[in-house]
Design a protein around this ligand. Structure first.
Ligand code: PLP
Length: 378
């Protein structure tokens, strides 16, 4: 039995008539750029998030870059962020000419450690960019307090956190702006590249709106140098269909995660931690073991698609080593990068598949014990 890490075909099969109808509607009206489809998705997603506004964009990477620019981040500035994330988080900071300052993470949630953030603030710091990694919200109350006291922008990288909550409030409205990705494999995924910025500050949202469309204020009037980073209507139409199912899919993800965690209680691996008051939406279900590479091989040998998010922290990427980051030391991040392992998780995953994955892990774990090589903390 092959079990993939994610299965986009199973999801399409479950909503095919709705999606096909939405795509056909766009082909019939041929308004492919912005227009009604994009505006309607933006309004629906804003309502879902409980925020004043959403601006649809061409990707999550564009969302990060335009959010930073809207906040006035510019060359010479520093932006504090995590190195335990996808490249785009820090890349967007670099694209504005600012410098990412990587700080360490909490060992249980893998999100920014507020104490490390506070210690890294300098007169050049302009913004803090927490990442809600794997769908678990960062410690937003603590980060918001720091941002307010030190007069810094707080911009959420919510690319993995559609529907995640902190004390009943959805990620997407917890800082000055937030950035979502609708990359196909994300919890809310388009059928191509797409992203959005969300927030409650109309002035900032208007800036993002102008930047995404060539700095335009009227058809042939350009107020400033902008970008071509609009969300396209076909993607918006697909996203609007999928948004109606997001809560059901999120509940399914959370149910599967609980199921894994219960079954793995007796295996010698560390299961995900859920911070108090947080709704984790399990974009990724990551376990942890000191013998990660060995377990990965055991799972792959049985046809189970496991993954590593992320094997190389950003301060250890060649792109950043070239820029003088070799002296940066982040022990918690580096250890997490050596030990995390993502198991198959998607809404359509079946209980038998979860049992099968767990059986392979338990078999591996008992063999490791017999050979005396297992030395995990648990
Ligand atoms: C996916 C992702 C991005 C980038 O989004 P794209 O839509 O692929 O450009 C940024 N940050 C994080 C944490 C992501 O997971």
């Amino acid at each position: 039995m092959q079990i993939p890490l994610v299965d986009l075909k199973a999801q399409y099969a479950s909503i095919k008539p709705e999606v096909d109808e939405a795509i056909q509607r766009v082909l019939n009206h041929t308004q492919f750029i912005l227009g009604k489809e994009v505006a309607e998705f933006e309004a629906a997603f804003a309502e879902y998030l409980g925020v004043k506004g959403v601006v649809g964009l061409a990707s999550g990477t564009a969302a990060l870059q335009l959010a930073l620019l809207a906040c006035g981040v510019r060359p010479g500035d520093e932006v504090i962020t995590s190195a335990f994330t996808f490249m785009a988080t820090a890349e967007a900071i670099c694209q504005t000419g600012a410098r990412p300052v990587f700080v360490d993470i909490d060992p249980r949630t893998y999100t920014l450690d507020p104490n490390c953030v506070e210690a890294a603030i300098t007169p050049h710091t302009r913004a803090i960019m927490p990442v809600h990694l794997y769908g678990q919200p960062a410690d937003m109350p603590a980060l918001a307090e720091i941002a307010q006291r030190r007069r810094l922008w707080l911009i959420e990288d919510a690319a993995q956190a559609h529907g995640a909550e902190v004390q009943g409030q959805r990620c997407g409205g917890l800082g000055h702006l937030a950035c979502f990705s609708f990359y196909p494999g994300k919890n809310l995924g388009a059928y191509g590249d797409a992203g959005a910025v969300s927030g409650n500050d109309e002035t900032l949202l208007a800036k993002v709106r102008k930047l995404r469309d060539h700095g335009r204020t009227a058809k042939y009037e350009h107020d400033e140098i902008g970008y071509g980073e609009r969300l396209d209507a076909l993607q918006a139409a697909v996203l609007r269909v999928k948004l109606r199912h997001l809560e059901d899919w999120t509940e399914a993800r959370r149910r599967h995660a609980r199921h894994y965690t219960e079954l793995l209680e007796t295996a010698r691996v560390i299961t995900p931690h859920e911070a108090a008051g947080a709704r984790h939406v399990y974009h990724i279900y990551a376990i942890r073991t000191e013998r990660r590479d060995d377990l990965l091989k055991a799972l792959q040998a049985q046809g189970i698609g496991a993954g590593i998010h992320y094997p190389v922290p950003l301060h250890r990427q060649p792109a950043f080593l070239k820029q003088g980051y070799e002296r940066v030391s982040l022990p918690v991040t580096e250890q997490a990068a050596r030990e995390v392992l993502s198991l198959p998780l998607y809404p359509e995953l079946m209980d038998e598949q979860i049992s099968r994955v767990v059986a392979v892990i338990k078999q591996w774990s008992s063999e490791a014990q017999l050979t005396g090589t297992g030395n995990d903390r648990s």
